[in-house]
Design a protein around this ligand. Sequence first.
Ligand code: COA
Length: 168
Amino acid sequence: MSDNHLPQDPRPVRDSQSEMAEIVLPNDANPLGALLGGRLMHWIDLAGAMAAHRHSRNYVITASIDHLDFLVPVRVGDLAILRSSVNRVFHTSMEVGVKVWVENYISDSCHHVSSAYLTYVAVDRDGHHLPVPAVIPESDEERRRYEDAGRRRDVRRAELEHRRQRSL
Ligand SMILES: CC(C)(COP(=O)(O)OP(=O)(O)OC[C@H]1O[C@@H](n2cnc3c(N)ncnc32)[C@H](O)[C@@H]1OP(=O)(O)O)[C@@H](O)C(=O)NCCC(=O)NCCS
């Protein structure tokens, strides 16, 4: 980690919450007109990175993406809405939650498509890891996500260590 960077003042979750919307076009879909999972994963990564950039005010790299379920299909012409927020900051890394919704403006419907937890590491231009300012959860929901993020980090670290041991 670079020694030249000290962590900045803590920031509330709301300061970096982000939203991204995409109209699903034929180039985003399979031959049956359903959104490709890989395209949605790309959008999830971008939406997560927006909150991570805005919170850390630095460059970030994606360290991991947790398990993903696709709960309902998204079709050409639908509107995909992605909302992201920083759940918790650890040291140089932060967990960001991204929730995806699909809206159809003809049928006036809205469904939850997917939720994902991503970990980003803040870096400078040379790739040195940087400390990230703490995040302040304000609402009950944000406090719940903050607590849950700590438990998920423990699981992630244990699994990573397990995989490292197995590959030795
Ligand atoms: C992720 C990466 C930065 C970790 O580097 P490392 O030297 O192993 O880092 P460290 O062990 O010092 O960990 C740095 C931080 O990342 C976290 N981290 C490392 N691997 C992680 C993983 N797989 N999942 C979640 N967090 C992870 C650590 O817990 C630590 O967090 P903290 O500082 O908040 O405590 C490094 O593996 C990397 O650069 N990977 C490639 C990332 C990339 O190219 N992403 C784009 C997709 S291709």
